[in-house]
Design a protein around this ligand. Sequence first.
Ligand code: IMP
Ligand code: MG
Length: 435
Amino acid sequence: MTTEVIAVVGGKWGDEGKGKIIDLLAENADVVIRPTGGANAGHTIKNHLGNFANHLMPGGIFNPDVDNIIGNNVAFNPQVFLSELDTLHKASVPTERVYISPRASLTLGFHQYLDGQQEQSKGDEYVGTTKQGIGPTYMDKAERVGLRTSLLKDPSLLMNCLAKVLARKTALYFPRGEVPEQFKPEYYEEMLKEACQVLGPMVQDTDRIINCHLDKGSRIILEGAQGTLLDVTYGTYPNVTSSGCTVMGLMEAAKIPPQNFSRSIGVFKAYDTKVGNGGFPSRMSDDLEARIREKGQEFGTTTGRERMVGWFDGVAAEYAQEINRFTDWVLLKGDVLTGEGPIYICRQYHDPKVGFKTNQFPLEDRDLQRYKPSLVNDGDLLPGWDEDFQGATKWEDLPQEFIKYVSSLFPHVPGARLAYIGTGPRREDGVNLFL
Ligand code: IMP
Ligand code: MG
């Protein structure tokens, strides 16, 4: 058996449905690695065991034969993870094969506090973060003062290091004033005691575990968090998250060298969504947005915030494809657009400032914020469809007009093969072409 490494990456601003694809792929996988991001992510999974919203737990957890690895560049909030474990235990999901990288970063209450303060200080230019302390965690990592997950194996060293970090931050941020409780070590004592007890044994040399899998010919899935346009380098900066969200970002954080890499799957929805601040040219009109939001349940898994909804942005999709060079793509939630014809695609942007049209995704989010969508429905060639195809599993059972819409999206993901079409939220709802 030859080793196979498959990365699953969001094509836009996250919430494309990666959780469902991971859950499906995990049926035949040996390892699922969640390499990046933190509790900002919310991966919704509906399967025979129930409905779950995982933030940190890798999506392979529902297959008892899979090793689930929290990878090297995760912002790991032990409190969130403890409660996630609790939920899974209540649903009788076994969690014996969960391993936490010792190189991941600990996210604690003070990171969340600082996240809120940073956002406030930015005024109108707030990012719209999930307030999960993601930015401050990666700041600490880059500043080389972060607390790593290896400390969960040594409670007294952990409390020692934490006290030092908090003393330094207190001096920096509250030289005179009142010190919030998140900056006092006592605040964490009980939680961290439990975390060390329960999670300490899960902290293992995950790089070695991954090496063993690479050597023995395993099927390895890399679970992306957020999406390409939220990547800290390639995304719509500064309205992005603080970690890598592309195929390349996942490979580094999962410790997968290029020669072992096999496939990358870009996950797209039949319409687009975004939460947080920044440009979103293809946004729909208010009433349509509200309807699709309700039908597609487009509310933040982590924050409950309403997601903005737009037509499929082909310019952004081509950009995501340029960056990642996906070998495959999947299209989810087409069923949500049933009865919503005519269907539009954003194939170009119009820049009102200079009066020209472009199909080039801009380098700067400030430009994207100005752009208007050039929406086309291909000269009424996309009237939409009314036939309900929820739960369809065969290509033949998809409405003709829906197939026409899907075909119209092909040019926006050039060079990638369409591997799967989702037809509903459950694991079994979909037409599997090449997954
Ligand atoms: P942060 O990752 O919490 O710092 O948030 C930065 C930006 O990324 C904000 O616009 C968030 O709304 C967005 N974001 C972070 N995680 C997710 C996600 O899982 N889905 C969608 N948007 C996200
Ligand atoms: Mg999500």
